[in-house]
Design a protein around this ligand. Sequence first.
Ligand code: HEC
Length: 173
Amino acid sequence: MRRLLILGLACALTTPLAQARAIPDPTQRHAPGNEELQKPIAEAGYSVGVNYQLQCAGCHLGNGMGSAANDTPRMTGFVGNFLKVPGGREFLVRVPGMSQSALNNAQLADLLNWLMREDGMAGKSRPADYQPYSADEVAALRAKTMLNLPGTRAELISKMRSQGIAIEDGMSN
Ligand code: HEC
């Protein structure tokens, strides 16, 4: 009986040592075909649409309709109106989803120009005299922090109202 107890105790003490292994396993190799480190998105060279899906659609949804329940405004058919009021052009680059995204300046400029397409999200809201964004413009604007985002946005919306623009941003203003 005593021997059995001693044997049991010895097993209980030694089993964890026998089973112990380092995690992660230092000898583990990448799965075949997956040997290279993933490229950061700013260097990956994806298309604009893929960048949108990866960096923006989580909040704005794939079709740009946003979600009032999550305080995310609708861009579809509306976002171009920001370019019709003073300060709106800067605002579109300085919102955190843009300025703090992992995309580089040229990718962000491409993305904005893509959003503003007449056959894209801006649609009819795009101003007739639309001037495309450049990477240099984006670089200068995204470096300027926006301290009062809700206040800035509310001001832009009220400037739109005074121009008679219908506020169809999906939010309950
Ligand atoms: C974490 C959620 C989130 C992500 C990710 C995000 N956004 Fe936003 N976006 C918002 C919210 C919320 C607003 C409203 C202003 C604010 O509170 O920032 C907004 C505002 C905007 C606006 C201004 C339009 C308006 O009506 O205020 C634009 C343009 C925009 N986002 C584009 C983008 C793009 C392009 C990306 C991807 C690079 C992106 N956003 C990523 C949540 C997000």
